[in-house]
Design a protein around this ligand. Structure first.
Ligand SMILES: [Zn+2]
Length: 287
């Protein structure tokens, strides 16, 4: 799709069945979902399987003089014992990137909205038994506070310890991290702001070009039902009340403007616009 002068491409790692709804959205109630089944089934929810449908993808923003990749999925060959779904993947993500006409060496900036395992994985890849930066010429942009949150966690999970070794440290060694304080203007068209809640230091980036706008929202929302019912957090949201506040604020601001919402985990068509408030939430306009 085009947003002003920018071309925006989706680079897929995974699209298909995801987690059971009650496990991923703990407040899920079948009775509240009933009136949404007509648009959710089967593209976003498969009741017969008891599974949500989701995606893991990057958004690639091609500006006239700059190529920016937003979030980098799970990566291949990474050992994630706490989260088998994201562990030891062997996806064709890099082939998908090349098929989109982008050589990894052409990427100028990689922006991670946060440093969860499914948003930073392709920061590195395994070459001859060593983890090396996938994007050799890029600066890897992340909130300084998000970086500190991860590396100074007093109680890290095994997945986080592994993430630091295979994904964070190689980019420290190559001196490619660009740690930022928010808000941060990355270039004329891209503005990064804090959106705490999913992690305490989560950020998102707004693309503005030619009078058009798109918000690359990371994990502010995971599933389109959360546009209709923004008080439902995912089980992975670490500051729940703040996550709800941020989700409400961002959706409210999008509902007042003609702006694309570009999350990382929505199934096809992968993005939406946010319509008028209704029943405590917002209309989710996908087609
Ligand atoms: Zn995620």
């Amino acid at each position: 799709m085009r947003v002003g002068k920018a071309e925006v491409l989706r680079i897929e790692e995974y699209h298909g069945l995801g987690f059971p709804p009650q496990a991923f959205l703990p407040d899920w109630e079948d009775t509240l979902v009933q009136k949404h089944l007509h648009w959710m089934v089967p593209r976003h929810y498969v009741p017969d399987e008891g599974r949500l449908v989701g995606s893991i993808h990057s958004w690639l923003i091609k500006l006239p003089n700059l190529t920016v990749l937003v979030d980098t999925c799970s990566g291949n060959h990474k050992h994630r014992p706490d989260n088998p779904f994201f562990s030891m993947k062997n996806s064709s993500y890099l082939e998908n990137l090349l098929a989109a006409g982008v050589d990894p060496d052409e990427v100028d900036y990689v922006f991670c909205t946060h440093l969860h395992i499914d948003h930073a994985g392709w920061n590195t890849r395994l070459v001859d038994g060593r983890w090396v930066p996938t994007f050799r010429n890029a600066k890897y942009v992340v909130s300084r506070n998000e970086f500190e949150r991860l590396v100074s966690d007093p109680n890290p999970s095994q997945d986080h310890l592994n993430l630091i070794v295979d994904t964070i440290q190689p980019i420290i060694d190559s001196k490619q991290w660009l740690l930022i304080d928010t808000p941060f203007q990355l270039c004329d068209e891209l503005y990064i702001e804090a959106s705490p809640g999913h992690t305490s230091e989560h950020c998102h980036v707004t693309l503005s070009s030619g009078g058009e706008r798109a918000v690359f929202s990371g994990d502010i929302v995971h599933h389109p039902i959360q546009v209709h019912i923004p008080t439902w957090n995912s089980s992975a949201c670490s500051v729940p009340l703040q996550a709800i506040r941020t989700r409400m604020q961002v959706l409210e601001s999008l509902s007042e403007t003609d702006t694309w919402l570009m999350p990382v985990h929505f199934a096809r068509p992968f993005c939406c616009k946010v319509g008028k408030p209704q029943d405590g939430g917002f209309e989710c306009i996908m087609d």
